[in-house]
Design a protein around this ligand. Structure first.
Ligand code: DGJ
Length: 724
């Protein structure tokens, strides 16, 4: 519900459990007054403490800059006295940079508008608010849009900048939102890592000064994640205050926290202003990406479950949310580039006997690609490898009762490719300099429409040529030289954002032209696992590292925000190709169970004993698949924190079914059974666990004692069923 109290000029945005309150001062400044547990009044303007401020401009113009430096601005602007982290900056045609946004009008409505050219949450059964702010001197109008998702305790925000002047101006900073919080938060929760070690959770202290999480790689990257949460000191997985922001954007981002001279905290998120500027002609508008914001007083777990519900109900492609995803086998770790049609069919033959439902042909099927140093851009089938052509191969795989999926890396061009020889200018590069290689490849210049159309045309031809039911869209290098020959000097700062917009446009075309194709995004593992990409693809390859122990940490971080069903999660070969760890086959399957399940190995080469286990592993996945897709996720113990074991549960919404997963990373000597306090059950209900009846109350307070064989890397999956 959104309330506007006209007397007090206060906006109150209520979800089931939270209130978000803004107020307009007599001068027209829009301030953030309160965000937290639901309150029952709009009479809180006093909390802005303007009456106590001797510097309020309407009272004493002589101290205006002091006011600007203290005011909890809802959408802070640069260059007129707010010396903290701001959200927006505009350079006008004279080269001057200074903005003062004042309230102009507002509108409350029920049909949420889609963001032009960008992913955003759907708005069924929601209420939205537009607040129009303007700076008449610059000729800039800014529309702040809020949508309230009541049952998820989520608010989304996005911004449009309009040029209402006669001349062009340049946007040099365009963040999506900030929150002004008091001193009752003290910690930061964020996600960090590297290739093969994505999204490990980090908790750190907020100190005076600024702390920044960012990407300048043209994608969110393996290293940092477009998410930030601020927590109260006592906040844990079960209780405490947490404020979170997750950006719906797949390019360079910045998330910052700043503790100012008064100990107040401002946190902001949006497009990274470094390497960004956008020329806006008179009459044009610029869309800033959406951000998903929430407050929970139910701790980190409360935030997680709100995010999961929100993603499932409003952001993931709805068609796929509850659809059964095929159990797939991908040939990457099985063969790398060394395969032909017969090898793939042999793998498919064996896999189909074991109950695997889809074969995915990964990198190396096109041009003359036999290593990672050629052919990107040459999207035609290499008939020396795939003899008889693609349709023939797909038909052979289909005749085994299996679906067929294919890999692409559409944003790239190899120097050794026909495409590059014909169009060297299609690679992003700085004038008079050789572009830098990464994985021996260049980035295509997606700010050029002819390039995007050409590549999409090639994809379209391949996807129309055979019964292809799945696409893995990869991106294996960051964007370094963001310069385009096709753009004038004053638009070079647009290249990276234009790349993201073109990527979105292509994925939109793909999912519209091929609505039955399941799209899985990927970026050298999980470098582009973000809310923007999840709008197009219901699952994303989580990491190149499928070692189950490393995956415990990667998946814990990923599932902090994103639903389990979004995580491409496979049983890989052993010893693990990346870290060499040897783990039991079953543990690999138990950890992959809580994602979209598949295999990343050569089924024709593993032992007969392992092959024999696969049908049971698939049956186990299918048994819990619906629960994993729709249930509530509870963390019990974190290996990242305790260094010994990991455990989590998924509980159905009606609390009748649950599954408990426990992985013993390091076995404990001389310890009598591990007692785990279960979570999320109904304390009034009776449950059967391992043939014994317990009350939910007992399981959650006294705990359940895990019986597990001695040894490192062992796992168990335990079914919990309501006895009634
Ligand atoms: C990176 C992906 O994450 C892998 O799964 C694989 O598809 C390779 N790229 C292929 O080049």
């Amino acid at each position: 519900m959104i309330i506007f109290d006209g007397d007090k000029k206060v906006f109150k945005l209520d979800t089931n459990n939270t209130s978000y309150v803004m107020g307009v001062t007599d001068e027209g400044y829009l301030g953030n007054i309160y965000y937290g547990k639901k309150i029952d009044s709009t009479d809180i303007l006093y909390a802005l403490r303007i009456d106590d401020l001797p510097f309020t401009p309407s009272k004493f113009l002589g101290g205006k800059i002091d006011f600007m430096d203290r005011f909890p601005s809802e959408y802070p602007f640069s260059g007129t006295g707010d010396f903290r982290n701001t959200c927006i900056s505009i350079k006008d045609s004279t080269g001057q940079e200074g903005l003062e946004l004042l309230y102009k009008s507002h509108n409350i409505y029920t049909e949420k508008k889609k963001l032009a050219g960008m992913p955003c949450a759907r708005g069924e059964k929601t209420t939205s608010l537009d607040i129009v702010m303007s700076d008449e001197a610059v000729g800039a109008e800014v529309v702040l849009t809020y949508t309230v998702y009541e049952e998820c305790d989520v608010i989304t925000r996005s911004v449009v900048i309009r040029n209402i002047s006669e001349k062009e101006f340049y946007i040099t900073k365009a963040l999506s939102a900030c929150l002004n919080l008091e001193t009752d938060v003290s910690d930061i929760l964020s996600l960090h890592g590297s290739w093969a070690r994505e999204r490990h959770i980090q908790r750190s202290k907020i100190n005076y000064g600024s702390y920044v999480i960012e990407s300048l790689r043209g994608e969110p990257g393996h290293q940092d994640h477009p998410f930030i949460a601020l927590l109260s000191e006592n906040c844990n997985k079960d209780y405490g205050d947490i404020y979170a922001m997750n950006l719906v954007y797949s390019g360079n981002f910045i998330a910052a926290v700043q503790k100012d001279q008064f100990g107040k905290i401002r946190t902001s998120i949006g497009i990274n202003p470094d390497r960004f500027s956008w020329k806006l002609e008179s009459g044009e508008q610029f869309q800033i990406p959406e951000v998903i914001i929430q407050y929970s007083h139910n701790g980190i777990g409360g935030m997680t479950r709100n995010f999961h519900d929100f993603f499932r109900n409003y952001l993931l492609p709805s068609k796929w949310v509850e659809a059964d995803r095929p159990v797939l086998i991908n040939n990457w770790e099985a063969t790398y580039f060394d395969f032909d049609d017969n090898k793939l069919v042999q793998i498919a033959q064996e896999a189909s006997k074991l109950g695997i439902e889809m074969l995915v042909m990964d990198d190396g099927w096109f041009g003359h690609r036999n290593a990672d140093d050629s052919s990107l851009g040459d999207w035609y089938v290499n008939e020396e490898k795939i003899k008889g052509g693609l349709k023939n191969l797909v038909d052979r795989v289909n005749s085994l009762g299996m679906k067929f999926g294919i890999w692409f890396e559409p944003e790239m061009i190899s120097p050794d490719s026909e495409l590059y020889r014909k169009h060297p200018d299609w690679a992003l590069s700085l004038s008079d300099r050789e572009p830098g290689l990464c994985r021996t490849q260049y980035m295509l210049d997606f700010s050029r429409h002819e390039v995007v159309d050409y590549v999409y045309g090639k994809l379209y031809e391949i996807l129309s040529s055979a019964n292809i039911e799945y696409v893995k869209w990869d991106m294996n290098r960051p964007i370094a030289e963001a310069a385009s020959e096709s753009l004038p000097a004053d638009r070079q700062g647009e290249v990276l954002h234009r790349h993201v917009l073109a990527l979105y446009e292509m994925q939109e075309r793909l999912v519209n032209d091929f609505p039955n194709i399941l799209l899985e995004n990927c970026s050298g593992g999980g470098a582009r696992f973000d809310a923007g990409m999840l709008y197009y693809s219901p699952q994303i390859w989580c990491s190149d590292n499928a070692d189950p122990i490393e995956r415990l940490m990667i998946q814990e971080g990923t599932h902090l925000i994103y639903p389990l069903s979004t995580t491409g999660s496979h049983v890989a070969d052993c010893p693990n190709h990346i870290n060499g760890r040897v783990t039991p086959f079953d543990t690999r399957a138990d950890v992959a169970l809580t994602g979209t399940f598949g295999y990343e190995l050569d089924v024709t080469k593993i032992s007969q004993e392992e092959r024999d286990q696969i049908p049971a592993q698939i049956a186990k996945y299918k048994k819990y698949r619906k629960l994993v897709q729709t249930g509530d996720y509870y963390r019990i113990a974190s290996f990242l924190e305790n260094g010994r074991y990991d455990s989590y549960m998924i509980v159905s919404k009606d609390k009748r079914h649950a599954v408990l997963i426990y992985v013993q990373v390091v076995t404990d000597s001389n310890v009598l059974g591990k007692k785990l306090k279960l979570c999320g059950l109904d304390s009034e209900k009776k449950y059967i666990v391992d043939g014994k009846k317990y009350s939910g109350n007992v399981l959650m307070n006294v705990g359940y004692i895990i019986k597990i064989a001695k040894g490192d890397f062992k796992s168990v999956v335990i079914e919990i069923e309501s006895a009634e």
